[in-house]
Design a protein around this ligand. Structure first.
Ligand SMILES: Cc1ncc(COP(=O)(O)O)c(C=O)c1O
Length: 454
């Protein structure tokens, strides 16, 4: 099956100044009634979406390079996903997998268990817990790690984003505004530097370093402030998402898992953003050859329907009935969308992410030599980022120029978002075509050239 055959493959077309009059009116109404804690970078008001194209309420068409923040993995309203949703909606909308049985949660559970177990050295079967959002997947992992280990402490990384519920927020180390005013958070969480090699916190070079960012655990942390035998789990993103699309070296992930296991500590791979084909493999951790103890999935799992899954080695998911559950977890309509999403990912879209993402990255890697404000280019598959600096030598961050690229991109018909304090991220639907990818990069190059000429 050609999964992209019926999808719209055209390019942006703007018909009004932005925002158009209808968009402006809705933005004004939104500002008066919705929580001001939402973070909007530009006034896009969607009316409909198809594939990688989004049309706003004034008839302007944009190329979506963030897929509803890495969610619409199969593109907007993929016809097969929509058909699966319609079919399930006509049967029943909800029953609660917490208290009753239905087949599609079992089928999806078997599929996720197989997908995570495949290629894993331990071959240990996985069990699956369902919720509705990334933060809920992380909460389940936190509770499961404590329940399983009888330990209460956690380690996470600076720059990490794990969500905004109180447990997940305690692990988040992204922006202080996300924490300000919400203390006390979960006790016993310690943050350490991530393997952010472009700005190595230890001043090393990746080719010759001793993975100091992992060594710090045994050399310092466990000896001084955090007894290893009290640590339940280390939470790590396979590719740091909100932190700036930072790809760690293989040795970081491999050694992290080795050290953790030496001390009986679980490693939770938060794959809410890097999972479901985004990186050109089904899961981000598969780039590093590790067996995850627990992984968290959400965002792209159901193409836009709310669903998350916490997938753990069966021996770690041994809690008693009632220990953890959620009324809406494993909603049958979301699960139907997930089953079709996974089918499409396996048939074609994971490969498409690897192929188109690879071509895009190759071209983007020329940017630092062509545009003095591009400090670094990085990414895997269609999880691509570039970092904007004032000066390549000093690496001084230029968040204002980054914001300008995001805004200029919008004015030219592409939707991108920032990540970290000064990076731009590209997380398009995995149906992105070669022409659309070219258009995206042509437009970004125009933005970079205009800013460099200022
Ligand atoms: C890695 C990671 N974990 C967890 C979350 C939280 O997901 P949600 O916003 O669905 O709660 C996010 C969201 O961006 C994420 O990127």
């Amino acid at each position: 099956m050609d999964t992209s055959v019926s999808l719209r493959q055209d390019l942006p077309h703007l018909v009004t100044a932005l925002p158009g009059p209808k968009a402006r009116a809705i933005v004004d109404r939104d500002s008066a009634v919705l929580s001001p804690s939402n973070t909007r970078s530009y006034p896009l008001v969607i009316a409909k979406g198809e594939g990688s194209i989004v049309e706003d309420v004034d008839g302007n068409r944009f190329l979506d390079l963030n897929a509803g923040i890495a969610v619409c993995s199969t593109g907007h309203s993929h016809p097969q996903v929509v058909a699966a949703i319609r079919e399930q909606a006509g049967k029943f909308l909800h029953m609660s997998g917490t208290d009753f049985y239905y087949e599609n949660i079992v089928t999806l559970g078997e599929k996720l268990s197989d997908l995570v177990t495949l290629g894993d050295k331990s071959r240990e079967k996985r069990r699956v817990y369902y919720g509705n959002s990334g933060a809920e997947a992380v909460e389940a992992a936190l509770k499961m790690a404590r329940y399983h280990s009888g330990r209460d402490k956690f380690i996470a990384f600076f720059g990490a984003f794990h969500g905004r519920t109180m447990g997940a927020l305690s692990l988040t180390g992204s922006k202080s505004v996300q924490k300000k005013g919400f203390a006390p958070l979960l006790g016993g969480v310690t943050h350490i530097p991530y393997a952010y090699c472009y700005r190595c916190p230890y001043g090393k070079r990746v080719e010759s370093c001793n993975v100091e960012c992992v060594k710090v655990l045994e050399d310092q942390l466990f000896k001084t402030t955090v007894p290893a035998e009290e640590v339940a789990a280390i939470f790590v993103e396979a590719v740091q998402g909100e932190g700036g699309y930072v790809v760690p070296p293989q040795k970081f992930i491999a050694e992290l898992q080795e050290v953790a296991h030496r001390h009986g500590i679980l490693v939770v791979f938060d794959e809410v953003q890097s999972g479901m084909g985004r990186t050109g493999k089904m899961f981000g951790h598969q780039h590093f050859g590790v067996d995850p103890d627990i992984i968290t999935l959400a965002k792209g799992i159901a193409s836009g329907m709310p669903l998350c899954a916490t997938v753990a080695k069966a021996s770690y998911m041994q809690w008693k009935p009632g220990a953890h559950a959620s009324t809406f977890g494993g909603n049958p309509v979301s699960v139907a969308a997930a089953l079709t999403t996974i089918q499409l990912l396996e048939q074609e879209l994971v490969d498409n992410a690897a192929r188109i993402g690879g071509v895009m990255k190759e071209r983007m890697l020329t940017w630092p030599s062509r545009f003095p404000i591009v400090g670094d280019v990085r990414g895997l598959g269609l999880m691509l980022g570039f970092e904007i600096v004032r000066d390549q030598a000093t690496k001084e961050k230029a968040p204002d120029l980054r914001d300008l690229i995001v805004e200029l991109g919008f004015q030219k018909g592409i939707l991108v978002l920032g990540a970290g304090s000064n990076s731009v991220r590209l997380a398009p639907p995995l149906v992105l075509t070669a022409d659309q990818a070219d258009f995206a990069l042509d437009t970004l190059e125009e933005c970079l050239a205009e800013i460099c000429a200022q």
